[in-house]
Design a protein around this ligand. Structure first.
Ligand code: MV4
Length: 444
């Protein structure tokens, strides 16, 4: 059994993991950079170690520093959270080699799914629907031309090593293919050190719907319903909800079955997310994320399962605590990401939080690690809080979201609160008539 967990992360997710450990009677170790000395995760952990300067590369991304901190403090497990080292297969390997427990999937699963082109081939082999496209990475521009002609334009080129939209190019016709192929490759090479790109039929107005999955070391896999994540800007999600307004119970069952099929095919263990594109009643595998996600609370609120505790249990070799049989989702949940940024330009706006009031009341949860007089450092992600609301149905959830956002006060830094209030007044959003294009078309 795990008795002391080092959290290789910061911010709200570090705190979230500490809370889970507390409830389980597990000791915690915080690691932090020089810029995070006053961070809440440091204060609430049983032990803390400064692992380097503000720059992530020299602190939260420094594998040797994190491992050294675990050894010094006698931690027996490491939770990577999301971002930073969470999907670094090499890190997971080293953690395991050091006789520590990595609270997450195997290095093999991380490596496999980190290669988006191989992930796509694996989904295909598992019998999970994928979009028409190339078999593996494109080897030449001639092959790109052939595949594109066969599947028809528009097409999208994606970096195999990609994520976050980098190394991605949409191509409307054959005349644009040459330059799209070259720029996608050089962008991928620059960003990830691997130039490989693959090709897919491009969907014009898809929804992004993802399935939360969980596997244990006894061979059991469950799908815990979906999260609709179509409200994004520049590949940053803004609002997530469950259930998706677009899914029927039958489609949900089919997507959950597909997700479980893929997990079984690769013997997946711990928390994961299978991302699908959904358009015109059909879903297609897009990628798999091998981590706990920012938006995991949405699933927690509709399933009643504590996903972080479940991660720790599964990493200890215990069976999934989720009961056998068909999964029941109750009510509706929605998450609003609150960033310290200009709500119009989306430029980060770090600085001192001079006033702070967090909403509460029925159906309201706030996951955050900020406090009044806290200084949001400029070195990291601008997420400062997640407001999660739930209700018996979508209308009640929207009403609670509106009410909670009205009572949510942050002064000193600009935040996305006002943007969320505006989205909640949008007729199309209220109807659930959304796609990944929603924010492009949103005016306020
Ligand atoms: C797509 C697509 C349309 N068709 N693939 C964006 C991030 C990367 N993970 C994949 N992305 C997309 N892939 C095909 N075949 C549209 C997007 C996309 C998108 C997807 C989900 C949420 C927001 C998005 C915004 C722009 C593009």
């Amino acid at each position: 059994m795990i008795s002391k967990v080092l959290i290789a992360n910061r911010g709200e997710i570090a705190l979230r993991i500490i809370l889970a450990c507390r409830e389980m009677g597990i000791k915690t170790v915080a690691v932090h950079s020089e810029a995070d000395r006053d961070a809440l995760h440091v204060r609430y952990a049983d032990d803390d170690v400064c692992i380097g300067p503000a720059a992530s590369r020299q602190s939260y991304l420094s594998i040797s520093s994190v491992i050294a901190a675990a050894e010094i403090t006698g931690a027996d497990a490491i939770h990577p959270g999301y971002g930073f080292l969470a999907e670094n297969a090499h890190f997971a390997e080293i953690v395991n080699e050091c006789q520590l427990t990595f609270i997450g999937p195997t290095p093999e699963a991380i490596r496999l799914m980190g290669d988006k082109s191989r992930a796509r081939e694996t989904a295909k082999a598992a019998g999970v629907p994928i979009l028409p496209g190339s078999d593996g990475p494109l080897r030449t521009i001639e092959e790109a031309r052939e595949v594109a002609a066969q599947i028809g334009y528009p097409i999208i080129l994606k970096a195999s090593a990609g994520g976050g939209g980098r190394g991605m190019r949409i191509c409307a016709n054959e005349a644009d293919l040459d330059s799209a192929y070259q720029t996608a490759r050089s962008e991928a090479e620059r960003a990830f050190g691997v130039a490989d790109v693959y090709c897919e039929k491009y969907l014009e107005r898809p929804r992004h719907i993802e399935i939360q999955v969980f596997g244990d070391t006894h061979g059991r896999v469950v799908a815990l319903g979906e999260r609709e994540c179509s409200i994004q800007r520049r590949h940053q999600k803004l609002i997530e909800e469950s259930p998706s307004p677009a899914l029927t119970p039958e489609l949900r069952r089919e997507m959950c079955e597909a997700a479980v099929k893929l997990c079984n095919f690769v013997n997946y263990v711990n928390a994961g997310t299978i991302e699908f594109l959904f358009q015109d009643g059909t879903f297609y595998f897009m990628e798999m994320n091998t981590r706990i996600q920012v938006e995991h609370p949405v699933t927690e609120e509709v399933t009643g399962i504590d996903l972080v505790k479940e991660q720790i249990r599964v990493a200890s070799g215990e069976r999934l605590s989720v009961p056998e049989g068909e999964f029941r989702l109750r009510g509706h949940a929605m998450e609003f990401r609150i960033n310290a940024e200009d709500p119009v330009t989306f430029a980060p706006n770090p600085g001192k939080i001079r006033e702070l009031h967090l909403p509460g009341g029925p159906g309201v949860r706030v996951d955050t690690a900020v406090y009044r007089d806290y200084v949001v450092p400029p070195h990291y992600d601008s997420l400062i809080a997640k407001l999660i609301v739930r209700g018996k149905d979508r209308p009640e959830t929207l009403a609670r979201g509106r009410r909670a956002l009205e009572l949510f006060i942050v002064e000193g830094v600009k935040t996305s609160i006002s943007l969320h209030r505006a989205i909640l007044d949008d007729e199309r959003f209220i109807r659930g008539d959304i796609s990944t294009r929603f924010m492009e078309e949103f005016e306020w």
